[in-house]
Write a protein that binds this ligand. Structure first.
Ligand code: NAG
Ligand code: NAG
Length: 285
């Protein structure tokens, strides 16, 4: 079991390196650099990921919404991006105290789940991730970021924020499906837009791609952490079948498992940091 796991891992790494050297835009990054979990930062970013659910766009834009104070006070929104047709929402802004641009994506809303979202969590509907041979990703989550008005809005705002504030850090966050979109966005910024200092921190994110994708993802965006709440089912989806690890989706590594991450309130207690692989049976599995 252990042996076949590491064999798979070795194969995946090899595939990723080959894939990366074949595609000009995909540069191999240092494996030595790994994300370090910063609990203080997590308690700040959870507030950003929570505020993007607010529906009063005027309050959100002026950062005066009920969730727009506390640790995020003084945030300057550069752009609000709303895709009404697909019920998606995101924003880009600058947090001067973090010396960073913050990009946050909303997850699905309880009362406005569109038909196209319904099967998202259960069905593993693959498409190839462009420029990454062997990497398969979830069609729905990929679509939500790449094939809606969200991506052009984000990229435009990122360019404007850079013009205004220079090459500051980029922190990408989101909850649930918003976490899946945040992951695609972080990767997009690194491989297609030469962004540096990109950090992705998501909350309760579902699996979004196969083992090749998970491995390549970690190479390109090593500064990525998934925060999981012990009670949340979404990070277990789409389901992982340990008898068919080659066939199912994998999380990328560095998961922080928390108790009581009441969403919209604060993160309380770190239960466990799992980083040996993306599928540590003692963490979200
Ligand atoms: C953790 O993040 C906070 C907020 O960005 C920062 O002030 C602090 O220096 C960080 N701690 C470490 C150890 O990097
Ligand atoms: C995204 O849109 C393009 C062009 O409209 C289309 O060719 C492609 O198949 C779409 N991708 C997905 C994942 O739907």
């Amino acid at each position: 079991m252990e042996r076949s796991g590491s064999w798979l891992r070795a194969m995946v790494v090899l595939t990723c390196l080959v894939a990366a050297s074949g595609a000009r835009e995909l540069k191999v990054r240092s494996r030595a650099h790994k994300a370090i979990y910063n609990h203080t930062l997590a308690t700040i970013l959870v507030e950003y990921a929570s505020a993007v659910y607010m529906s009063d766009l005027t309050e959100l834009f002026s950062w005066t919404c009920p969730r727009c104070d506390g640790k995020t006070k003084g945030f300057e929104v550069i752009e609000l991006i709303v895709d009404v047709q697909h019920c998606l929402q995101a924003y880009v802004g600058v947090a001067k105290d973090l010396n960073a641009m913050v990009i946050a994506f909303r997850g699905t809303q309880e009362h406005s789940i569109q038909n196209w979202v319904e099967d998202l969590y259960w069905k593993q509907l693959d498409i190839n991730y462009p420029g990454m041979p062997g990497a398969m990703v979830h069609h729905g989550f990929y679509f939500a970021y790449h094939n809606t008005t969200i991506r052009p809005g984000i990229l435009d705002a990122v360019t404007r924020a850079k013009d205004l504030y220079g090459d500051i850090n980029v922190m990408v966050t989101g909850h649930s499906m918003g976490g899946a979109m945040a992951s695609f966005c972080g990767l997009d910024l690194v491989v297609n837009h030469e962004a540096r200092n990109v950090q992705v921190l998501t909350f309760g994110q579902p699996r979004i791609g196969n083992a090749v994708f998970a491995s390549c993802y970690s190479d390109h965006v090593p500064n990525t952490i998934r925060i999981t709440n012990g009670h949340d089912i979404v990070p277990h989806l789409p389901p992982y079948y340990s008898r068919f690890p080659q066939k199912t989706y994998h999380h990328f590594p560095r998961e922080v498992w928390l108790y009581n991450i009441g969403f919209g309130s604060l993160v309380y207690q770190v239960e466990k940091v799992c980083d040996s692989s993306g599928e540590d049976p003692s963490c979200s599995r």
